[in-house]
Design a protein around this ligand. Structure first.
Ligand SMILES: C[S@@+](CC[C@H](N)C(=O)[O-])C[C@H]1O[C@@H](n2cnc3c(N)ncnc32)[C@H](O)[C@@H]1O
Length: 264
């Protein structure tokens, strides 16, 4: 079953939030992938691209995890440092990471196996499509987006993950009262996120401004690099609040993936 028009409003996203990169894994990543992907990576039917998901794809998360439990999602989980910590902090949740870059996903598998974390699954695909096609409206118990690629050049801002269409999609997937937590070390993107999210119907800024650091979020290597470069980290915390018309939410979907340089 996939989620059709009333639940999945129409789309017009022209670019995706990442670029195609060499997905060559190092030997230890290959070992991790070969050893754990069968168990921990959820295979989804592909769309036209290696990172897209077919329109009629569906996943029964309770069946995947072998239990019914609150569903928590991270988009752009990178090497999985936050995903692992958050899963440990929420042992009673089913935790899903969407990541497009296979070597990073393989490093996540290695971490999960090393730490014996059993309540995480990965999907190697675009998290925008993942939310749209694989997560039922109103069902997410938490959503995390930490350090999304900042795309700091003005001509690349259109690639940023946090934009009004994605914000509407993500909001539609949250259960009432569920939190969407974000962080970035790029001040101008932080301000842009505030502008988008503060204006999104059905989202309330939990702190009325910047949020204190989310205590369960570890310092990832990526964040450490930002701190070492003297950047300030901004946390944001939004809550799904009642809205009159879910159909007001405008959702976007990615079109073909362009070639380009690595994003991180
Ligand atoms: C800057 S890194 C941050 C990684 C991690 N969140 C951290 O804090 O260390 C951004 C990650 O998001 C991934 N990414 C970007 N757009 C994505 C999308 N639409 N769906 C899934 N992953 C995405 C990239 O491949 C990359 O691993």
């Amino acid at each position: 079953m996939s989620f059709r028009p009333a639940d999945r409003p129409r789309i017009h996203r022209e670019v995706v939030s990442y670029v195609r990169r060499s997905a060559r894994m190092n030997p230890s990543q290959e070992r991790a992938w070969n050893g754990h992907a069968d168990r921990l990576v959820v295979a989804v039917p592909r769309g036209e691209r290696s990172t897209s998901i077919r329109a009629d794809a569906a996943v029964d998360w309770s069946a995947v995890f072998g239990r019914a439990a609150p569903l928590m999602v991270e988009i752009g989980s990178g090497r999985g440092e936050a995903l692992a910590a958050l899963a440990r902090a929420h042992p009673d949740a089913n935790v899903v990471g969407f990541e497009v870059f296979q070597p990073a996903a393989a490093s996540t598998l290695s971490l999960l196996a090393r730490e014996g974390i059993g309540n995480v699954r990965l999907v190697l695909a675009d998290g925008v499509q993942g939310l749209s096609k694989l997560v039922a409206p109103g069902t997410l118990a938490q959503l995390w987006v930490f350090f999304p690629d900042p795309w700091h050049k003005a001509r690349h801002h259109k690639r940023r993950l946090i934009e009004p269409g994605f914000a509407a999609l993500a909001t539609s997937r949250l259960a009432l009262g569920a939190h969407w937590r974000l962080a970035t070390d790029w001040e101008e993107y932080a301000l842009a996120m505030r502008e988008v999210l503060d204006a999104t119907p059905g989202l309330a800024n939990a702190e009325g401004g910047w949020a204190p650091r989310y205590a369960e979020r570890p310092v990832t290597k990526y964040e450490a690099r930002g701190l070492a470069a003297g950047r300030t980290v901004y946390d944001l915390d939004y809550v799904r609040s009642p809205t009159s018309a879910q159909s007001d939410l405008v959702v976007r979907t990615p079109l073909p993936e362009p070639d380009g340089e690595e994003s991180w």
